[in-house]
Write a protein that binds this ligand. Structure first.
Ligand code: SF4
Ligand code: SF4
Length: 382
């Protein structure tokens, strides 16, 4: 059977327009009763990567969250929301992103994304032990509301990657250290989704204004004017790829998602319903159109060569405000980005020999001061 993805055009973030689009998308997939019933515990999982204002487009836009929340609230379900943000408490990040106010107005409570719940997953592609946020396991159903963005590590951050936030913050960092290779990391992303498959009921993607270029936090706005809906996160991400003219084979979660039975990604396996996709395709969308560089592929290279070919984060010191977020976020010990001599007055610098290229520092930088660059030698090889 084919996977179904509803493509719904939405011109802007005005709540009236978003409400119509969200209701239409959910209706096309069978209506909200297909995804939630009264008294069930339903977790809304937006992208709350960092405490950025909505107009920065790092997080799920508040009116998208609102329109989805209103639809599910009307079922009589017991609603809560949360995400494991890169930095700061859920409430602080949600307040800055404009989500908390919406949730408070609708009586939707914040979830516990601090408490760790260990689980075993013998059927995993790679991560046979996972340490999830307790709130995720408390939920009868999860509605994942991803943001359409690029990502320096995994090419895109979409429906599958949104569930990385189901790991509490420290666990996320730990996984980056354990899985520095993007292909291993992508297997883990698929494992998290596969483990939660029975709970993950609906995937929605906010692509009204997407982020292109230096995503997932330092990119530029790209008005894609679209919301996507599906019960298959792999198929949804494949349609995202089609919208930005990116070969889905360049996104490792596609093949691993298919291999594990999580979803499908080939065009003849996906039925698109709703609006005509063709006028929404943006072939000029700024995204890296080649497979992710395999840091571990450089295993065959000596270390000094590996550092000369692997894409690396680079700080633009004119933009850097020396907030220290990148230092705090860096998961390796000793830090691969740090202030010289520990002097808080000095801006951070990199030690690329220690850097595992997880790009967490780039993700969390509030000033778009960190970009991913391929060294000259790497450009000749990749
Ligand atoms: S997170 Fe960005 S702005 Fe803050 S210290 Fe690091 S590079 Fe500078
Ligand atoms: S410096 Fe940045 S990319 Fe390198 S390990 Fe630290 S957070 Fe990851």
């Amino acid at each position: 059977m084919k996977a179904t993805v509803a493509v719904i055009r939405c011109e802007n973030y005005q709540i009236e327009n978003v409400r119509v689009a969200v209701q239409r998308g959910i209706q096309l997939l069978g209506g909200v009763s297909a995804f939630a019933r009264a008294h069930e515990k339903i977790l809304l999982k937006p992208n709350l990567l960092s405490g950025s204002r909505p107009e920065k487009l790092v997080t799920t836009y508040p009116t998208v969250f609102q329109a989805v929340a209103e639809v599910f609230k009307a079922t009589g379900a017991n609603m809560f929301y949360g995400d494991s943000s890169g930095m700061g408490s859920l409430e602080r990040v949600a307040r800055q992103a404009g989500i908390k106010e919406v949730a408070d107005n609708l009586g939707i409570r914040p979830a516990d994304f601090q408490t760790v719940a260990p689980v075993s997953f013998p059927g995993a592609l790679l991560a046979k032990q996972l340490r999830l946020a307790a709130a995720v396991l408390e939920a009868d159903g999860i509605i994942s509301i991803a943001k359409m963005k690029t990502h320096g590590f995994t090419r895109i951050t979409g429906a599958v990657k949104n569930q990385f936030g189901c790991l509490p913050g420290l666990q996320k960092a730990e996984f980056h250290v354990k899985m520095p290779d993007v292909y291993d990391f992508s297997r883990v992303l698929v494992d998290i989704n596969s483990y939660l498959k029975a709970r993950l009921r609906l995937f929605i993607m906010d692509g009204i204004v997407a982020m292109e270029g230096n995503g997932p936090s330092g990119g530029e706005p790209a008005a894609m004017k679209v919301l996507l809906f599906s019960t298959d996160p792999v198929a949804l991400d494949a349609v995202f790829c089609r919208l930005i003219d990116l070969d889905p084979e360049f996104v490792p979660t596609m093949k691993f998602g298919e291999e594990s039975g999580l979803g499908v990604y080939k065009p003849d396996e996906i039925q698109i319903i709703g609006d005509d996709i063709e006028p929404l395709i943006n072939k000029n969308f700024q995204v890296v159109r080649r497979p992710p560089e395999r840091l571990a592929s450089a295993r065959s290279f000596p270390t000094f060569l590996k550092n000369r070919i692997s894409p690396r984060p680079v700080i633009n010191y004119e933009r850097c405000i020396n907030c220290g977020n990148c230092v705090q976020m860096c998961p390796v010990t000793p830090k691969a980005v740090d202030r010289p001599d520990g002097d808080k007055n000095k801006k951070p610098i990199y030690d690329y020999k220690r850097c595992i290229r997880c790009y967490c520092c780039q993700e969390i930088c509030p000033e778009k001061a960190i970009t991913i660059k391929i060294p000259l030698l790497g450009r000749l090889i990749y």
